[in-house]
Design a protein around this ligand. Sequence first.
Ligand code: GRF
Length: 192
Amino acid sequence: TKIAIFASGSGSNFQAIQTAIENGKLDAEIGVVVTDKPDAYVVKRAENFGIPVFSFVAKQYESKADYEQEIINILKEHEVQWVILAGYMRLIGNTLLSAYSNRIVNIHPSLLPAFPGKDAIGQALEHGVKVTGVTVHFVDEGLDTGPILSQAAVDVVEGNRSATEAKIHALEHELYTSTLQKLFKKEIKLFH
Ligand code: GRF
């Protein structure tokens, strides 16, 4: 299964997915990493693995449709079948959604529908929840709103934000790779 990873930041999920592929735990190949942040650390990680990167700067395009069309051209060149969002900080528009209908997946560090959007972990801690977690879901036009594929829970470590964050990120890496494997093996699918 040929996939693209879209990321705007550190790329630890990218790295976990690529490592799972190399270890034979995920039957897939990352054809290209797409980023809207040419300086993001994910670019270095991709280069270390020898994976092609397409970086773009959104404000150099007239519209979202324009840069998404260029992304689609890149995805087609690499014969990408699935788009995997991993810390990609832009809403996906109609251009990309219709080209990859029900083929775009995201991971979010909360138990959706609680705490969508930015800094989900901070939002959850601010609210004082005792349990939070991770969600893998299909992407639609909303912000963290598509149909849910999988979830896993994490107990908040009271008074220790960084310990809670570390547990959530470790769980993300595990849940994303195992969910993608089930999805590509058609063991889970969209029932809508
Ligand atoms: C993760 O917490 C992911 O759930 C969220 O953005 C973060 C990306 O982290 N959507 P990384 O770039 O994969 O390290």
